[in-house]
Design a protein around this ligand. Structure first.
Ligand code: OSB
Ligand code: MG
Length: 362
C-alpha cells in the first residue's frame, strides 16, 4: 500500500513563451509522487489550457483518479501498467506521467539509474533552445545571448505573418548558425508560405500543418528540400511508420508525454534507428522532474541532434529539484543516480502547491 500525492503548482516563466497557439507566462505544473517504501516521481506535461493538445491538467487528474489509479492498484510494473492502460483511449500525457513514476520506482527498487535501464550511453547531451515569438529586438538579443551561452541550436517559433521576414533577418544578423523553426500547425491554410522558407537553409521546419494532415505534409515535403520534422502528428510508433511511408516528414521530434510514455518512446527510437530517421527530443517547458526524463532518454546514442532541452534557469528562477539542471559548454549532464536521479524539493513543492490530492493504492 502506498500513497499517491498529486500536486498542482504554478511557477512563473522568466520570459513569456509565445507560440502560434498562444502566449504563456506561467507553467501550471502537475506532479505525481509515489510515497511508500520508496519515493518516486513523474510529471505530466499537460498545462491548464489545451492549446498544444486536447489534454490539460483537469483531464489528466480526471483520467488518473477515474481509471489509472485502479490499474496502479493492480500493478507497479511500468510496462504492465502501460499495457493495461491501453484500453483507455488517448490521454497519453497523464499515462506517461504515471508510467514515469513507475519507471523511477522500479529503477530505485533495483538500485539502478533509469539511464542504465534504457541502455543510455552518453554522460552529457547537447542542449538547444526554443525561443518564443518576441518583439524583434528582444528576439535578436535573446538569440545573441543564447549563442554566447553555448546553445548548440536555436529554434524559433513562427506563424503566418511572423515567418519569412523573421528568418531572413536572423540569417542576416547571425549568418550560418544552426537554426530551425517550429510552426505548431499554423500554416494549414498557407502552405505556400512554408515553401518560401526553403531558401534559408534551416535544419528543419517543425510541424507546419495540422496534426492529422499527413497527406498535406507529404505534398509539402515533395516540394521542399528542407526536411519537415513532425511533432504533434506523432502519437505512437505507428505514426512514425506512417510518416516514413508517406514521406510526410524526415525527422522526428520525440516527446515522451505526447506518445504515452517511455515504453512507446523506446519503440520509436528503435524504429528511427532501423530506418535511419534522425530523432531528437522536444520539450514542454518541464520542471526538473520531467526534464530529468528528457535528459535521460537523450543519453541513447540515437539522439544525434540537439533537442529543446535547456537548463532549468532558462525557464524558472527556481526549479522544483534540489540541484537544478545546468548547462556547461552547451551540454547538460545526464543524471546517474538511482531512478530518474533528481531529488525533488518537497518543501518547496508543498509550499508552492495550490492544490494537493492524496490517493491510496492497493
Ligand atoms: O511545439 O515544441 C513545441 C513548448 C510547449 C509546447 C510545445 C512546444 C514547446 C517548445 C518548448 O517548443 C520546448 C522547451 O523548451 O521545453
Ligand atoms: Mg513543436
Amino acid at each position: 500500500m502506498a500513497e499517491i500525492i498529486v500536486y498542482n503548482l504554478k511557477i512563473p516563466l522568466k520570459v513569456p513563451f509565445e507560440t502560434s497557439f498562444g502566449v504563456q507566462n506561467v507553467r501550471d505544473v502537475l506532479l505525481f509522487r509515489y510515497s511508500g517504501d520508496l519515493e518516486a516521481w513523474g510529471e505530466s506535461v499537460t498545462d491548464s489550457y489545451p492549446g498544444y493538445s486536447y489534454e490539460d491538467n483537469g483531464t489528466a487528474l480526471y483520467i488518473f483518479r477515474t481509471y489509472l489509479l485502479e490499474i496502479l492498484g493492480e500493478t507497479e510494473d511500468p510496462i504492465e501498467f502501460i499495457s493495461r492502460a491501453r484500453k483507455i483511449k488517448g490521454h497519453s500525457m497523464v499515462k506517461s506521467a504515471v508510467e514515469t513514476m513507475l519507471w523511477d520506482l522500479q529503477a530505485k527498487r533495483k538500485g539502478k539509474s533509469l539511464k542504465e535501464i534504457i541502455g543510455g550511453s552518453k554522460d552529457k547531451i547537447d542542449s538547444g533552445i526554443s525561443i518564443g515569438i518576441l518583439p524583434m529586438e528582444k528576439l535578436l538579443s535573446m538569440i545573441r545571448n543564447s549563442l554566447d551561452k553555448g546553445y548548440k541550436r536555436i529554434k524559433l517559433k513562427v506563424k503566418p505573418g511572423w515567418d519569412i521576414d523573421v528568418v531572413k533577418r536572423v540569417r542576416e544578423e547571425f549568418g550560418d548558425i544552426p537554426l530551425t523553426v517550429d510552426a505548431n500547425q499554423a500554416f494549414e491554410r498557407n502552405p505556400e508560405r512554408v515553401k518560401m522558407l526553403d531558401r534559408y537553409e534551416l535544419l528543419m521546419i517543425e510541424q507546419p500543418l495540422s496534426e492529422r494532415n499527413f497527406l498535406g505534409h507529404s505534398k509539402l515535403q515533395r516540394e521542399m528540400s528542407t526536411p519537415i520534422c513532425l511533432d504533434e502528428s506523432i502519437h505512437s510508433v505507428d505514426d512514425a511508420e506512417r510518416m516514413l511511408e508517406m514521406d510526410a516528414g524526415r525527422i522526428i521530434n520525440l516527446k515522451i508525454g505526447r506518445v504515452g510514455g517511455l515504453s512507446e518512446s523506446l519503440k520509436i527510437i528503435d524504429f528511427s534507428r532501423e530506418n535511419k530517421i534522425p530523432i531528437w527530443c522536444g520539450g514542454m517547458l518541464e520542471t526538473g522532474i520531467g526534464r530529468a526524463l528528457n535528459v535521460i532518454v537523450q543519453s541513447r546514442k540515437e539522439f544525434a541532434l540537439p533537442g529543446d532541452t535547456s537548463p532549468s534557469d532558462r525557464y524558472f528562477e527556481r526549479d522544483v529539484i534540489k540541484r537544478p539542471f545546468i548547462m556547461e559548454n552547451g551540454t547538460i549532464a545526464v543524471p546517474s543516480g538511482n531512478g530518474i536521479g533528481v531529488e525533488p524539493d518537497i518543501e518547496f513543492i508543498e509550499a508552492s502547491s495550490y492544490s494537493r490530492y492524496v490517493f491510496k493504492t492497493g
